[in-house]
Design a protein around this ligand. Structure first.
Ligand code: ADP
Ligand code: ASP
Ligand code: MG
Length: 469
């Protein structure tokens, strides 16, 4: 760890998509930087909607519609030019050159995809990197114009990852070395590095991304690699709330949550933090705060190693949609060793990530929840795997239910509190919401259940109402 900080606080501040998408937001960012003492590193997302637009453009090119893709890219370039000019009050030649260079490169990539009619994960990462690479120079220029010396840096060559394109994992030692070499001297000279979130590169320099929503993760890695004292994740809500505020109007910000709770919440769909974010910060013992760019004086949520028990049982309810449920069922399955292993060999061979598993106590059935778009492929693979058992009727059927959602109730206070599950199911049952499958994590920190997609929001509201009002 680069420790020679002479007692100077070092803070990593990450700003999400909406926090960098308008001139008003950018001015907020500049004010927050001015109010933060000590050494600062900024990590930025692409402006809200840009990554989605880039993915859509890549798909259009892949389908042969280069014109639509290039038009979309030109639209993004114009929007960013306007954003920079509006936020700065003039057009900055430096920013315009940067935008032009990046746009030209992405233009060529989209054209190549259209010619090849193929967009690999690796190419998609290069295309998506446009979003963060174009927002960083704008943020740096706005900071500079508002009295904070800043320099935009691409995380390519800084945040070193493996080559799992689309969901790369950072390599901390290599990253620490690059980051100390590049970021720390700049801070010594009073320059705030503005680093692109979400993207990185392999040791050989090939662009990678950390998975959608991955800028939080980048920020945690940068915080760990620089030995920061604090990681602040600025977003458009006042912290982690007791439910997605878009679903539950009465949702309230939580003052503090434990790392374990944060991990469960993000895993089960609380978009406010990326699932893998917490780990590098936990391991480095760095406190994480989630704050609102638009109301920075609000307390937000502190994520810490352990949270003092506050008497709550279920702290937050979250949900994840777009899933399919596969049930492998048959009387001939019970007591047969190795059966579950064969199910999971199949999911591994098909490279399908399983979101949730539940097995009935009679061992008569195993349920798997997987991304909806993998359901048919996995069902077919399971049918091949259990072909003989299906013919003998040891396995009666492999059925699919879709679309479904996982709804999860999360809270450390559930541990050892009897009757939580009964309250959850009671609340849903009274309102006539059918629970398709249930799983309780062995940590006893969450109860997750599967409902039909159409019941998803209703289920979240009912559980929230039961425990949080
Ligand atoms: P950013 O671009 O700043 O990373 P995101 O859109 O990724 O922001 O995440 C913030 C959004 O997460 C909020 O606007 C909110 O709608 C959503 N969200 C989902 N669940 C929760 C929750 N439990 N608490 C707070 N926000 C949540
Ligand atoms: N821009 C990326 C995305 O939209 C990463 C992020 O915003 O965290 O997924
Ligand atoms: Mg996010």
């Amino acid at each position: 760890m680069s420790d020679a900080r002479n007692g100077v606080a070092r803070t990593v501040l990450k700003f999400g998509g909406t926090s960098v998408a308008s001139p008003a937001a950018l001015l907020r960012v500049a004010e927050i930087l001015k109010a933060t003492k000590g050494e600062r590193i900024v990590v930025v997302s692409a402006t809200a909607g840009t990554t989605d637009a880039l993915v859509a453009a890549a798909r259009a090119s892949e389908a042969g519609d280069a014109q639509a893709a290039l038009q979309a890219l030109a639209g993004l370039a114009d929007a960013h030019k306007n954003l920079a000019a509006d936020a700065l009050g003039f057009s900055s030649a430096e920013v315009l050159t940067e935008i032009a260079d990046l746009t030209e490169r992405t233009h060529s990539l989209l054209e190549s995809v259209a010619i090849l009619r193929e967009c690999t994960e690796r190419t998609l990462d290069a295309i998506m990197s446009y979003g963060e690479r174009i927002s960083a120079p704008i943020v740096a220029a706005v900071l500079g114009h508002n009295g904070t010396k800043a320099e935009a840096l691409s995380a390519e060559g800084l945040l070193i990852t493996d080559d799992a394109f689309g969901h790369a994992s950072p390599i901390l030692d290599a990253t620490r070395e690059r980051v100390s070499r590049e970021l720390i001297p700049r801070m010594r000279y009073g320059v705030v590095p503005v680093v692109t979130g979400f993207i990185g590169s392999t040791a050989a320099g090939v662009t990678t991304t950390l998975g959608r929503g991955g800028s939080d993760y980048s920020a945690a890695v940068v915080a760990a690699a620089t030995g920061a004292h604090e990681l602040r994740i600025y977003t458009d809500v006042s912290g982690v709330m007791s439910a997605d505020p878009r679903v539950v109007e009465a949702a309230k910000p939580l003052a503090s949550i434990s790392y374990a709770e944060a991990a469960e919440l993000s895993y089960f769909g609380a978009k406010v933090i990326h699932p893998r974010t917490v780990l590098p910060a936990v391991e480095a013992g760095i406190p994480v705060r989630i704050l609102n760019t638009f109301a920075p004086s609000e307390a937000g949520t502190t994520i810490t190693a352990d949270t003092p028990r506050d008497g709550s049982v279920v702290k937050a309810t979250t949900s994840l949609g777009g899933l399919g449920l596969i049930t492998v069922q048959g009387a001939g399955m019970s007591g047969v060793p190795g059966f579950a292993a064969r199910v999971f060999d199949t999911t591994a061979a098909e490279r399908v990530s399983v979101m949730m598993i539940s097995q009935s106590s009679s061992e008569n059935s195993i349920c798997l929840v997987v991304p909806d778009d993998a359901t048919d492929r996995l069902k077919a693979a399971l049918e091949r795997m259990f072909n003989a058992e299906l013919r003998r009727h040891d396995v009666e059927r492999i059925s699919v239910e879709r679309p479904v959602a996982i709804v999860a109730a999360v809270g450390e206070g559930m541990r050892g509190t009897p009757g939580v599950a009964a309250r959850v199911f009671g609340a849903l049952g009274k309102a006539g919401v059918n629970v398709v499958a249930i799983a309780q994590g062995s940590s006893e920190l969450n109860i997750s259940l599967v409902v039909a997609e159409r019941d998803r929001e209703k289920a979240v509201r009912l559980i929230h109402q039961e425990f949080n009002t």
